[in-house]
Design a protein around this ligand. Structure first.
Ligand SMILES: [Zn+2]
Ligand SMILES: [Zn+2]
Length: 317
């Protein structure tokens, strides 16, 4: 596949959201991309950085290469050596990783050790990204955006598709690799990622989740329970009757919106359905189509991949 060009989706097939959730809803994808962004290119370095078996590592590198996030280069001079390099498609996931980092740093306070700070090199200060509107530059939260299905947008076509058929990897829990444990619980499997999408589309009731996502009730109850225990959702009404309860985003849950917004932007950049986008978003305040920017909360400039650095240590700032 050509990883530099957007993928043209088949008519009537899974849309950009379904394809993206299928990819990001696999707990390994973001971990591999993160390692690649930190400069890991070789098999042995991936093996050392992630708690994976050889079989899983080989399969994952194959999938990410097939999906166009990594590119395999073989050096033909000297000993045969392959390296896996991020493509522009893979690299352009950086806003998703940055907003995940910011959310974990702000809301997952129990983690030890704490996540390092990020520095905006343009102003030399530790910063957090502010989700803002690309048209009017104002900061935005989920409530500021009107979202409607686009021409390729239906629940059926937005349900995550697995990029590969795979055997369950028993005993393997990358969420515990110490990177982004709570994000992995929210986003790192297909039903959870579909559920968080439905929550941000305003679905609140058990029966409506079941109907819109087509998920098995026991699985859905389990995922909702996890979201409540993480403090991402809170239940209202009908205590002890999950089928009657309403689930609402907490402050912590609402704060996850920049991850959803940047993932959606990535989805619509790289997956084009012939009938048009899956979701049409409008920034209510300026009436422009919502294109997310990330701005530095200190100097308010737009941040770019090359103007972000991991702070050398927490004490150094
Ligand atoms: Zn705006
Ligand atoms: Zn700045």
């Amino acid at each position: 596949m050509n990883s530099r060009q957007p993928t043209r989706l088949e008519a009537g097939a899974a849309n950009a959201i379904g394809r993206t959730l299928g990819l990001l809803g696999d707990e390994w994808t973001l971990l591999f991309v993160q390692q690649a962004m930190l400069g890991v290119t070789r098999y042995g370095r991936f093996r050392a950085a992630l708690p994976v078996s050889d079989a899983v590592l080989t399969a994952r590198l194959g999938t990410l290469t097939a999906e166009g996030l990594l590119e395999r280069n073989v050096h033909r001079t000297g000993p045969l050596r392959a390296e896996y390099l991020l493509t522009s498609r893979g690299r352009s996931l950086w806003p998703v990783l940055l907003t995940i980092w910011a959310w974990e740093r702000r809301w997952v306070t129990a983690r030890v050790p704490a996540l390092p700070r990020m520095v905006h090199t343009a102003c030399s200060r530790p910063f957090a990204p502010l989700l803002s509107c690309g048209a009017c530059t104002r900061p935005v939260a989920a409530r500021d955006i009107d979202a409607a299905w686009g021409p390729s947008g239906t629940w059926e076509r937005s349900v995550p598709v697995a990029s590969t058929r795979r055997r369950p990897e028993r005993g393997r829990a990358p969420g515990r690799a110490g990177l982004f444990p709570e994000t992995m619980a929210v986003l790192g499997n297909r039903w959870s990622s579909a559920l968080i999408g439905a929550v941000f589309r305003g679905v609140t009731r058990f029966a409506d989740f079941e109907r819109t996502l087509g998920s098995p009730p026991a699985l859905l109850a389990d995922r909702l329970k996890t979201f409540v225990s993480l403090g991402v959702l809170a239940t209202a009404r009908a205590e002890g009757r999950p089928d009657r309860a309403e689930y609402r985003l907490t402050d912590k849950g609402r704060a996850f919106f920049p991850v959803v917004a940047t993932a959606l932007a990535w989805a619509h950049t790289w997956f084009l359905a012939p009938d048009g986008p899956a979701l049409v978003q409008t920034h209510r305040a300026c009436a422009a189509a919502f294109v997310p920017d990330l701005r530095c909360d200190r100097c308010t400039d737009v941040v770019h991949r090359r103007t972000i650095q991991i702070a050398p240590s927490i004490d150094a700032i």
